[in-house]
Design a protein around this ligand. Structure first.
Ligand code: SF4
Length: 468
């Protein structure tokens, strides 16, 4: 297989860091947060950073081994990343427990640090919240130290950093930045390695969300809504063109601005194909759909109409159908995202969902996918329980009434639930399992819960120490 990337930074520096995405290249290289860190560290004098993925055990840039880097920066976006992080350290003969590690600084960042306490005994430093400025401040301090691992206190004054050895009890405020900086070097694959967004430049148009759906981390905990102007977006693209090569642009953001149509118009005028990973119902109009020219448009009805209103996503079924009829004129299919098991959901709600999908299929080719509801910390639904037997019943009901739908594996979702609402006890359990090559599965974790070895949700709710 040919590996051809444009936008790769190959730099020699005294301070060499590893940037590790604990998943495969396909997922990781399509993560914008990773590109932020890659650009910020590489643009600092005397520093370089090289990428690792689970299918690339040596660095992409220099094919070097992970243990040869001074600091290991992990990007944590999904719960499975926690288990993968532990396995990666073990595989590279790097001590998992912080107290046993002499040489390497292990640093984590990303949205999963909304609850960093599962890995409390592992990392030296966790970046909490937006890191574009705290990372620069960290590098400043780092460059003045002889032995950063032993002089960890020196980082204690940087806002947005959680350092377990220093911050024993106090609260840590999530750092929030305005949208100013944007990475320009995005390594983009032109060879045979797939990415989630192929040959695509990721352009962050907004951050945060103006809605507050009660199940959603973004709306409740990841900071207020911020947006970039059209002028800024165009200038980022023009600068990026000088540094990397792409033929599409994906607009990244959970909530789109009122001028979305103009942005798409300007960017298509530059000759790019534009994609939007997901669109809110109100953003769908004749103009946007025509300009996008996407074969498939993704919508997220989430649940039945009444549950949808209860969780704060206030769209009626008929509004969805108006848009599906519009989409039909310009695109070939719709993808519908659902969450099942939300509080208050009854079988009549599942019947409504089934009816909705069947009705949509009469209008346009419809793919549907279901994820079980996994409570997230810092959301109004954080105290909800992942009721495995009930969810299993509901899953069976859905699959017996609907053909060709994708339903996420419940056992895997249970593992995510444990990590999402866990505390240090979960981390120590996982460390022991990885160290001793024990299985981490639905049954091992539920047995550990029964025996009282781990407590889910953690009654201490240590994540409340993170101020959002
Ligand atoms: S589910 Fe979507 S609309 Fe609702 S808060 Fe989250 S990002 Fe916003």
């Amino acid at each position: 297989m040919r590996f051809i990337e444009y936008g790769t930074i190959k730099k020699k520096a005294i301070n060499r860091f590893a940037l590790i995405y604990p998943d495969f290249y396909k997922a990781g290289n399509s993560n914008l947060g990773l590109h932020y860190v890659y650009n910020i560290v590489n643009q600092k004098e005397n520093f370089s950073i090289e990428r690792f993925f689970m299918d690339f055990e040596r660095s992409i840039e220099n094919q070097d081994m992970m243990k040869n880097y001074k600091a290991l920066l992990f990007s944590l976006n999904y719960e499975y990343g926690v288990i993968n992080l532990l396995r990666i350290l073990k595989r590279n003969n790097i001590s998992i427990l912080r107290e046993k590690r002499d040489n390497h600084l292990v640093i984590t960042g990303g949205p999963l640090n909304i609850n960093p306490f599962v890995l409390n005994d592992v990392f030296d430093i966790a970046f909490i919240g937006d890191a574009e400025k705290s990372l620069i401040e960290f590098l400043e301090v780092y460059s003045g130290l002889d032995n950063p691992k032993k002089q960890i206190d020196e980082f204690g004054k940087i806002k947005g950093l959680y350092i377990p050895e220093i911050h024993k009890e106090n609260k840590i405020k999530r750092r929030i930045e305005n949208l100013e900086y944007h990475p320009l070097y995005e390594p983009i694959q032109w060879g045979d390695f797939e990415e989630s967004f192929n040959k695509t430049f990721l352009l962050e148009i907004t951050r945060g969300c103006r809605s507050r759906c009660s199940f959603c981390l973004t709306g409740n905990a990841l900071g207020p809504y911020r947006e970039r102007s059209i002028e800024e977006l165009l200038s980022i693209v023009k600068e990026a063109e000088k540094r990397t090569k792409f033929e599409k642009i994906a607009l990244i953001g959970s909530d789109m601005p009122s001028y979305l149509g103009d942005v798409i118009f300007e960017l298509t005028n530059l000759g790019y194909q534009i994609s939007l990973p997901s669109l809110k119902l109100r953003d769908i109009n004749e103009n946007t759909i025509t300009l996008l020219g996407q074969d498939t448009i993704t919508l997220a009805p989430e649940s039945s109409e009444s549950i949808r209103f209860q969780v704060g996503k206030c769209y009626k079924d008929e509004e969805f159908f108006e848009k599906i009829n519009l989409i039909k004129k310009h695109s070939k299919s719709v993808k519908l995202y659902y969450i099942f098991g939300l509080p208050g959901e009854e079988y009549k709600d599942l019947d409504e969902i089934i009816k909705f999908i069947k009705q949509s299929r009469k209008i346009i080719r419809t793919k549907s996918s279901f994820n079980p509801f996994i409570p997230k910390p810092h959301t109004p639904l954080e105290d909800q329980i992942f009721d495995y037997p009930l969810l299993k019943e509901k899953m069976k009901y859905l699959s017996s009434n609907l053909k060709d739908v994708r339903i996420e594996d419940l056992k895997g979702a249970f593992i995510q639930y444990v990590i999402s609402l866990g505390g240090r006890d979960v981390g120590l359990y996982l460390i022991d399992a990885v160290e001793n090559e024990k299985n981490i599965s639905y049954s091992s974790l539920s047995k550990a819960m029964e025996k009282g070895e781990i407590e889910i949700p953690s009654s201490k709710k240590e994540w409340k120490r993170i101020e959002v």
